[in-house]
Ligand binder design. Sequence first.
Ligand SMILES: CC(C)(COP(=O)(O)OP(=O)(O)OC[C@H]1O[C@@H](n2cnc3c(N)ncnc32)[C@H](O)[C@@H]1OP(=O)(O)O)[C@@H](O)C(=O)NCCC(=O)NCCS
Length: 167
Amino acid sequence: MTRAKIELGDVTPHNIKQLKLLNQVVFPVSYNEKFYKDVLEAGELAKLAYYNDIVVGAVCCRVDTSENARRLYIMTLGCLSPYRRLGIGTVMVQHVLNYVKKDENFNSIFLHVQVNNEGAIDFYKKFGFEIVATKQQYYKRIEPADAHVLQKTVHPQSDTNHQTSSQ
Ligand SMILES: CC(C)(COP(=O)(O)OP(=O)(O)OC[C@H]1O[C@@H](n2cnc3c(N)ncnc32)[C@H](O)[C@@H]1OP(=O)(O)O)[C@@H](O)C(=O)NCCC(=O)NCCS
């Protein structure tokens, strides 16, 4: 048997409905029209994941410039449940890590995850993310409502609060 093929592809007006369906199935939170409008403009920060040419996952990020830093925020990263533990999430995270690695102005990558989502927490820890905060009542319509903030520092020198010397 030949090995399965995992590829990432752009989000376009032609396939954005597939992204919407996927997000509806994978996430307990629903995303509004503005979210999808921005995703269409996001370039490399939004990708569909294909498993043998079928859409089974997606990642959507945006640049966040709050808190005196330039950080990449993972809004959604998910895979249909029958296709989990096949390396699809890894391909999506690696894409995001490569993106920030190329741009030294990124301080870190972060995301929110429901406190009971142990699978996702284990997944992100594998890539060097750490729980840096827990926000009570972060989610409005789902239980548990609390979220962990998972963060991975990529270029600490780009933190505007710290001046590092090259000597
Ligand atoms: C989290 C998620 C994206 C992982 O995707 P995936 O395609 O299954 O991940 P991978 O197959 O690349 O897993 C890589 C490694 O992460 C770890 N991992 C992944 N899922 C795990 C789980 N449920 N429990 C424990 N470890 C897990 C494992 O070490 C795994 O390697 P292994 O399969 O060789 O043991 C997927 O479970 C998912 O879509 N969950 C729902 C959406 C979500 O919660 N997203 C996170 C918030 S944005």
